[in-house]
Design a protein around this ligand. Structure first.
Ligand code: SAM
Length: 291
């Protein structure tokens, strides 16, 4: 029987056969550890009826493990040089479809409609290219895909920021942007040695479970995120000072103060201490004072 793709011996043989050279600019760090791959797939809690969507299959290391557990796998790969390799390595898995496309430009909703039946349990599972981790996750969440969640490998530092709680140094607009849509948890820290080539930074696996409704109900979603970003513009400043600078042309200072009080928030607090619910209340109070 053929060895799994994610063994060091087979991976090296595949790379050599095709004379493949890694492109750092595409975040190409391939996994060569079956144990880690199996744990990633475990965290996705797939059943034989689940569908999996992968971003960046590389030479198919994770794709193969997904194919062994899911009913169907659809993978988006940007690098054309990997297509003939994937054709060979994934040949034993006819229920895998590779789409040659930049996932950031793809209409993922349409692909889901075309490739997966209605009401299918769907998970995104990926070892993400690190140069575009945040845009990819944000796209998957704001596109409102019919998925149960995302399990992905990414830079540990970004995982820390995504899963951070209020009052911690890592908590910021990224934590709120992602926790608005999902419950976020770092489930595994991953050593550099399981990749080829090895990245310079530490990695982690994060699980994002989609909430049935956003974490907080707000009257104007776009404005809510504006308030969040403005509140973190200068972390050392108070929430009142950050909001006053940002809304200098549009909301009078006295109204900013009124809104903070109405939302039950001390103007001297820093943005990093506010929960999502507090940001929700604040944004709903502030929006009524917009010129
Ligand atoms: N899944 C493989 C593994 O775990 O060994 C490879 C993971 S590697 C970290 C990231 C993969 O994403 C590479 O194959 C890279 O070519 C691909 N990639 C990079 N940017 C992409 C994009 N915008 N859309 C789709 N794939 C992309």
């Amino acid at each position: 029987m053929m060895k799994d793709i994610a063994t060091p011996v087979r991976t090296k043989a595949i790379l050599e056969k095709y004379g493949f050279s890694f492109k750092k600019s595409l975040g190409q760090n391939f996994l060569i550890d079956l144990n880690i791959l199996n744990r990633i797939v475990d965290f996705a809690e797939l059943t034989v009826n689940s569908g999996a969507i992968e971003i960046g299959p590389g030479i198919g290391a994770l794709t193969e493990q997904l194919a062994k557990r899911a009913k169907k796998v659809v993978a988006f790969e940007i690098d054309q040089r990997l297509l003939p390799i994937l054709k060979e390595t994934l040949e034993p898995y006819p229920h895998v479809k590779v789409i040659h496309e930049d996932v950031l430009k793809a209409n993922v909703n349409q692909v889901i409609t075309e490739e997966f039946g209605e009401d299918q349990d769907l998970m995104v599972v990926a070892n993400l290219p690190y140069y575009v981790t945040t845009p990819i996750i944000m796209k998957l969440l704001t596109d409102q895909l019919p998925i149960r969640g995302i399990v992905c490998m990414l830079q540990k530092e970004v995982a820390d920021r995504i899963a951070a709680a209020p009052g911690t140094k890592d908590y910021g607009s990224l934590s709120i942007a992602i926790q608005y849509y999902t419950e976020a948890k770092t489930v595994m820290i991953v050593p550099k040695t399981v990749f080829i080539p090895q990245p310079n930074i530490d990695s982690a696996v994060i699980r994002l479970t989609k909430r049935p409704e956003p974490a907080v109900k707000v009257t104007d979603e776009e404005f809510f995120f504006t308030v969040v970003r403005a509140s973190f513009a200068q972390r050392r400043k108070t929430i009142f000072n950050n909001l006053s600078s940002h809304f200098a042309q549009t909301i009078e200072k006295k109204n900013i103060e009124k809104a903070l009080h109405a939302a039950g928030i001390d103007p001297k607090r820093r943005g990093e201490t506010l929960s999502i619910e507090e940001f929700g209340r604040l944004s709903d109070e502030l929006v009524s004072h917009l010129d």
